[in-house]
Design a protein around this ligand. Structure first.
Ligand code: MN
Length: 237
């Protein structure tokens, strides 16, 4: 064997050894445990709900407010079992967790729920079992809309209005403060949400300024009744 070929052979062996060490290291390394809580894409474009909800509001609301709630929530639960605990279970034990987890976990979940109950060009009214349940609980769809909008209009400061299903399967309307929601065990009126509207000023101020009632009235043009129907059917199953 010439010196040159010996040299090449040694180089080749070293390379194989390095490579195998690198591969072993990669296999042994424990991957970081991933949280089950994901930041989902907005289900439509920022301008999709125009003219009822304007593009700039949607962009800031989703990419800054919602994203901040998510980031802060992830930071608050980092390294804990809550990274792999479903939101519904976290909310059921809300009173045992920190204010940071309540505010940011609520902000994260509430907004994702809110994006999904809206759609451009959706049906104007609910159908099927939900339509029947609304008539049974509120007398008529018009009366339901009035009571739901009232709940949003009367919420002092920041919060949400909700249509939810109670333990007994009946619909009820409620309003929560801050980023609280009816799934939290800290709420007096508890249930499974089927429809919600965000009445924080950041949700409407750029277009509607102080006219929250106009924003509440416009909301009916963008409700995704197919999703609300599904939410109801899952809640009463
Ligand atoms: Mn909001």
């Amino acid at each position: 064997m010439s010196i040159k070929s010996l040299f090449i052979a040694v180089l080749a062996i070293s390379f194989v050894q390095c490579k195998s060490v690198a591969q072993t290291t990669a296999v042994v390394e424990t991957p970081a445990k991933e949280s089950i809580h994901k930041f989902a894409p907005l289900p439509y474009s920022y301008d999709a709900l125009e003219p009822y909800i304007d593009k700039m509001t949607m962009e800031i609301h989703y990419s800054r407010h919602h994203q901040a709630y998510y980031n802060n929530f992830m930071a608050a639960i980092k390294g804990t079992d809550l990274e792999s605990t479903p939101m519904i279970d976290i909310f059921a034990q809300m009173s045992t967790h920190s204010v940071a987890i309540k505010n940011n976990g609520g902000g994260y979940w509430n907004h994702e729920f809110f994006w999904n109950v809206m759609i451009p060009g959706g049906a104007s009214e609910p159908t099927g079992k939900l339509a029947d349940a609304i008539k049974e609980s509120f007398g008529s769809f018009e009366e339901f809309k009035k009571q739901f909008a009232d709940a949003g209009a009367k919420r002092f400061g920041s919060g949400w209005a909700w249509l939810s299903v109670a333990q007994d399967g009946k619909l009820f309307i409620s309003s929560t403060a801050n980023q609280d929601n009816p799934l939290m065990n800290t709420e007096t009126l508890r249930g499974t949400p089927v429809l919600a509207i965000d009445v924080w000023e950041h949700a409407y101020y750029l277009k509607y300024q102080n006219k929250r009632a106009d924003y509440l009235a416009a909301f009916w043009n963008v409700v995704n009744w197919d999703v609300v129907n599904q939410n109801f059917e899952q809640a009463v199953r």
